[in-house]
Every structure is written in C-alpha cells, then in structure tokens.
Design a protein around this ligand. Structure first.
Ligand SMILES: [Zn+2]
Length: 345
C-alpha cells in the first residue's frame, strides 16, 4: 500500500520534469534598480513585525496556483542525500551564508531588512530558503530576492512542515505549492519589468526554485527520493550562525560558528522571526570571515566547486538533535502549540 502511494506521486511528479538539470543563480541588477527605488529596497522597521501565533486564525489557504507550470529535471545522483557541506579544492576559502525565512500557518514572520541591507551594501552573496506562504505574505521582498544577482532563493516548504512525520501527499503539496507561488510572483515581476521596458532582463531571473531546505532539518528515508524526483537538492548546513545560550550576545554566536566553519561550509541563519539578534550577528560574522580570508558565494555556486558531503538524516550539530521537533509543533510541524486558555475565575 505504501509503495503504491509513493508510485502515484512519482507519476505526477515525473510529468512535471523537463530535460536538463540546471543550477546557479543569476539575477539582474538593472531589473532590481529599475523596479524598486533605493528607499523601497531598504524597507522600514514595519517589515520586521511578527504576528503572535494564533492572534489570527491559522492560514490554511492554498496558493492561487497549486502545481507549478515549470518543472525541474530529477536531481542527479551526485547531488542526492542531505547535503551538509562541499569539498572544495585545497586553498579555495569559499563558503555559503544561508538564511531561512520560515513561516507556519499560525503566524506571519516578517523580514529583517538590516540583514539584507548589510549584505547588499557589502556585496556579500547569500542564499535564502523561503516558505511558500512567506513568499505570498512578503511579495515585494520575495521578488527583490529572486532578481538580485547577489542572492539566490530556495524552497523551505509551504508552511514549515516536518517532512519526517507528514505523509507523501503533504510533502508534495508543501513543495509544489511553494514552487507555484514562486512562479506567480515571477510572473508579477515580469509584468512590472515589461511596463518599464525591461522585459528582456527577465531571462536572468530563474524560472523555478532549484534548492530545498528541510524545516527542522527533519526527513524520512524516502523524503529524499520525493524531493529528488521534484528536482530539488536538499541543502542543510555544517555550521550554526546563531547560537542561543540565552544571553543573546552576538559575539557568542560568531565564536560558536567559527569553531565549525571551514572551506566549503554552509552556515545556517534566519532572516526573520527566529532566532533573535541575527541582524547583529551578520556584520560581526562577515567581518570575522573576511579577516580569515573567506569569500561568500551562493549555495549553487558552492555546489559547482566540488563534491558534496551528505548524510541520510538531517540534524543541527549532532545526529538526532532535532527529533524533539516531531512533537513540539502541531499539525505536522505547520502550527505552533496553542497558548494555554486564560483561567476563568
Ligand atoms: Zn525553518
């Protein structure tokens, strides 16, 4: 029965897949500057606002398109597994900064403008893994990230589902809805580009998201097969850029990250609600990495630098250190725990 259920999804997914597997981010600075003013790109503190879980009803609505039009060739064998780092040539001190933009059904998580503004100001490349629902609730920022040649966008599921515990149909929905939402926003960007006489620059904007990050770093054994069939290499990390010892001191995060960082590393951070103070960590970490001779590239560029190091099950720093998330968040990982009801006298 289980095998049959998988095969149904593989047939659906196979029908989406065109020939040729492409990586590497592109983007167009001309388009970025043609569509938005500098002030619009810089954003305002209102972009940081995070709604409290359940302050509004959970948003379970699907995107306006359920299945992406564009497909992606199946992931080649050498990019399968949970990718933690890349074996780069000796002496090549490159690494990838990555920022997740997580959003569950039960809240809206905002966008830390300081992080993106710092990276843009310094010309530091980065990869953002965005939830599909986050893209829908942050359309301007999503379009800016997809077109900026410094950055690359990846898929972080629709509402942060825990792929180790949801069924295959939900895995497919979480991934494909996000691919479809990206397309809708790319089409909106295309209209704006055309209105400004910049339609030809759209060729530089990737047609699809080409990388995936597992929410909570969790997967079941066959999750990787499903994602590979959908054309999405699974990108995790081998260094944590945010170290929460309760003090919130950014220097401690930097010191902790530097213990794990080496050439070919992938560093995990967040550019919205979780955890706090990343906007203070990023400038310190970037300076420390520069001092050590590191150069930041997108994940796609890193993948082109050498063979990947993989594991079969994702984790933060030690195998199994993320299993608690299987029970912490409700609704297959897509909902926060409900706050306790106030006691009535
Ligand atoms: Zn996340």
């Amino acid at each position: 029965m289980k095998v049959l259920r998988h095969s149904v999804w593989f047939i659906l997914l196979a029908s989406l897949v065109p020939a040729g597997f492409a990586l590497a981010a592109q983007g167009s600075r001309v388009l970025l500057d043609g569509v938005w003013t500098r002030a619009q790109l810089a954003g305002t503190p209102s972009n940081h606002v995070v709604t409290r879980p359940y302050s509004k009803p959970a948003d379970l609505s699907p995107p306006a398109r359920l299945v992406p039009v564009a497909g992606q060739a199946e992931v080649p064998a050498d990019l399968r597994g949970v990718i933690r780092r890349v074996h780069v040539p000796a002496g090549d001190k490159v690494l990838a900064l990555t920022f997740d933009l997580c959003e569950r059904a039960s809240n809206r998580t905002g966008y830390r403008t300081e992080i993106v503004n710092f990276l843009r100001g310094k010309g530091v490349a980065a990869t953002f893994f965005a939830g599909g629902k986050w893209m829908r609730s942050h359309p301007e920022q999503t379009m800016q990230l997809m077109v900026d040649p410094l950055f690359e966008l990846g898929n972080h599921s629709w509402t942060h589902a825990n792929m180790a515990i949801v069924d295959d149909a939900e895995v497919a929905r979480q991934v494909l809805w996000t691919q479809a939402q990206y397309e809708l926003l790319r089409e909106e960007l295309g209209k704006r580009a055309a209105a400004r006489g910049l339609a030809k620059d759209m060729a530089a904007v990737p047609e699809s998201l080409r990388l995936f990050r597992l929410p909570y770093g969790r997967n079941a054994a066959h999750t990787l097969d499903l994602l590979a069939a959908m054309g999405l290499p699974v990108i995790q990390w081998d260094a944590l850029g945010e170290w929460n010892d309760g003090s919130g001191a950014p220097e401690k995060s930097v010191a902790h990250a530097l213990k794990s960082v080496r050439p070919g590393s992938i560093i995990l951070m967040h550019a919205n609600a979780v955890p706090k103070n990343t906007q203070l960590v990023v400038p310190l970490l970037a300076a420390a990495l520069e001092k050590q001779g590191y150069r930041c590239v997108t994940v796609s560029d890193l993948l082109l630098s050498g063979p990947v190091e993989t594991v079969q099950d994702g984790y933060f720093e030690k195998p199994g250190d993320n299993v608690q998330y299987d029970t912490l968040f409700l609704g297959g990982g897509t909902l926060h725990p409900r706050p306790a009801e106030p006691k009535t006298p």
